[in-house]
Design a protein around this ligand. Structure first.
Ligand SMILES: C[S@@+](CC[C@H](N)C(=O)[O-])C[C@H]1O[C@@H](n2cnc3c(N)ncnc32)[C@H](O)[C@@H]1O
Length: 291
């Protein structure tokens, strides 16, 4: 059941949001000298050509990163300036999360990437196999995560970017997260999810806590500092054309975010809304502080 290929979606608006947050959080960890450890549970191929192959078919990047590339630098919020600096939009290729992590790794930092698709894993190995700071695993990231927690340095970021085409992901992810949080409650976790017109969760997967949305299910798993952010690319009530999954946006839940992230997103989201969304108010942000 591995039909999903991230190449079709590389550089789209969901990538812009998730990678902007990933870069912001890793930059924050790098403010201290002590090494950090980053785990990418669903890594993809690591880098994607934009003008050939999958990405050239639907050209989703044209409605994502390409919308930002032409903007004047002085108009762009700092978090996006940094995102553009790191993803280096040359119009030819787009870095996936593993390559972004590689660009931020220092000498003693370490990372581990899980990827199940044989071809994407082979591409990842070609890209990063020679970098001894990376562990690359052709394994299930949900199952493998706990074996790496807590990281030896006790400073770390877990990036969880599943496909959600297998409906079990909705039930499995809360279990995996609860377990991970028991082992490593001080880590920064970034979890991505799609916003779809029809609730894709199988009956019962909205538990625990009888949450009305997957966002709430995730937020309810942790009592410490957490942020929820959603970005809309279409109106919720009118399914976008040419979107087989009926996606009207995407969201992130972040546990233990940098304290500066909320303000950075408040500055960034209206800008993204105008550049590649439904307008300057087309986003949602909620912030929960530890009791
Ligand atoms: C959304 S893509 C990842 C994109 C990548 N994180 C990025 O930001 O560039 C999800 C990837 O997870 C892989 N995958 C699906 N189920 C998996 C699992 N259980 N464990 C590891 N990888 C999985 C898919 O083959 C796909 O390449």
């Amino acid at each position: 059941m591995l039909s999903y290929r991230h190449g079709f979606h590389a550089g789209n608006s969901a990538d812009v949001l998730k990678h902007t947050v990933l870069i912001f959080c890793l930059d924050y960890l790098a403010q201290k000298e002590k090494p950090w450890f980053c785990i990418d549970t669903h890594a993809g191929a690591g880098s994607y050509p934009l003008l050939e192959g999958f990405a050239a078919k639907n050209r989703e990047w044209e409605k994502g990163v390409a919308k930002l590339s032409g903007m004047k630098v002085q108009q762009i919020p700092a978090a996006l300036t940094r995102y553009l600096e790191l993803t280096g939009p040359d119009g030819m290729s787009y870095p996936g999360s593993p390559e972004i992590i590689r660009r931020l790794l220092r000498k003693d930092d370490r990372a581990c990437c899980f990827e199940l698709h044989p071809e994407d894993f082979a591409a990842l190995k070609t890209l990063l196999g020679g970098d001894r700071r990376f562990g690359l695993r052709h394994e299930d990231g949900f199952a493998g995560l706990k074996s790496l927690l807590p990281p030896p340095s006790r400073r770390g970021l877990i990036f969880i970017d599943p496909v959600y085409e297998v409906k079990d992901d909705y039930a499995l992810l809360p279990q995996v997260l609860s377990d991970a949080l028991k082992r490593f409650s001080t880590g920064t976790y970034i979890i991505w999810y799609p916003l779809l017109h029809t609730d894709p969760r199988p009956a019962g997967a909205e538990m625990p806590g009888e949450a009305a949305s997957f966002r709430e299910t995730l937020l309810n798993l942790y009592e410490g500092n957490r942020l929820g952010v959603e970005f809309y690319t279409a109106q919720k009530d009118s399914p976008p054309e040419n979107s087989p999954r009926g996606m009207y946006g995407s969201g992130l839940v972040i546990f233990n975010p940098p304290w500066t992230l909320k303000n950075a997103l408040e500055e960034t989201l209206p800008f993204l809304g105008l550049a590649m969304g439904i307008g300057k108010d087309g986003w949602f942000l909620c912030n929960h502080e530890a009791p």
